[in-house]
Design a protein around this ligand. Structure first.
Ligand code: ZN
Length: 240
């Protein structure tokens, strides 16, 4: 397999109509992923810039088709674009409902949702439904099977003397017997090792600068060792 480390965003992968595009306008500052089939449009981790990136590629009508948003965790580089995306959908008069899936304990999404619905309740044109994910049970949306799985992402504690766990998920999307495994942000963990293995595409973070920070993110070697168990892989969140 060719070395996927040297790469230029956006990253694109498709098999027939199963398509995924990973934006990262400013590497390590914002993630944004769109996943589509002929009948579905999902967004995963809408970081800052997602609306601008989508607008470059998609018509307003296509953006209005977004039915489901999946959040791996609440860090700003993964949720920074939620507010503007929700606003845009209302300004453009979206009618169909929008589902947002996020890990239990992710206060960022609940806070954004509460503030957003409070501010715009009188003019919101569509219904937003929050879905807290509490376990690894699979569910299906628009013929895509979604398997959430817990990963191990941490952040420095308030006093910077230790680290605390961040509610975090990865997702495996399976459609027409093809699968895409997205690990979100995580240290090396067994659940991701298991889920990435045999996937048609694995999207694996390699955010650790060095061995010392591998409690928070994966080193490039760790990420590659997981990625290589999939048929193809992309490394993301790579320090520049
Ligand atoms: Zn993170």
């Amino acid at each position: 397999m060719k070395n996927k480390f040297i790469q230029k965003y956006p990253l694109v992968w498709s098999k027939e109509d199963f398509f995924i595009k990973i934006y990262c306008s400013i590497p390590n500052i914002a993630t944004g992923i769109i996943l589509t089939t002929d009948n579905s449009t999902f967004v995963i981790d809408p970081g800052d810039g997602i609306l601008r990136d989508l607008n470059k590629d998609k018509s307003a009508a296509e953006i209005l088709e977004i039915s489901d948003i999946f959040i791996s965790h609440g860090h700003h580089d993964h949720v920074g674009g939620v507010w503007s995306l929700l606003t845009y959908l209302s300004v453009m008069k979206k009618k169909s409902g929008l589902n947002i899936y996020y890990p239990k304990g992710c206060v960022e999404i609940e806070s954004i949702y509460n503030a957003f619905t409070q501010v715009y309740s009188h003019e919101l044109t569509y219904k937003i439904k929050l879905h807290t994910i509490v376990n690894s049970k699979s569910f299906t949306r628009k013929n895509i099977k979604i398997k959430p799985f817990k990963v191990n992402h941490r952040e420095p504690s308030d006093d910077w003397k230790s680290t605390v766990e961040v509610p975090s998920l990865g997702f495996k999307f399976t459609y027409n017997r093809k699968s895409i495994c997205y690990g979100g942000d995580t240290a090396y963990c067994d659940s991701l090792v298991k889920m990435a293995n045999g996937s048609d595409l694995a999207i694996i973070e390699a955010g650790a600068e060095d061995e010392q920070s591998s409690e928070l993110h994966m080193t490039r070697d760790q990420a590659m060792s997981i990625g290589e168990t999939a048929k193809e892989y992309f490394l993301v969140h790579v320090p520049e």
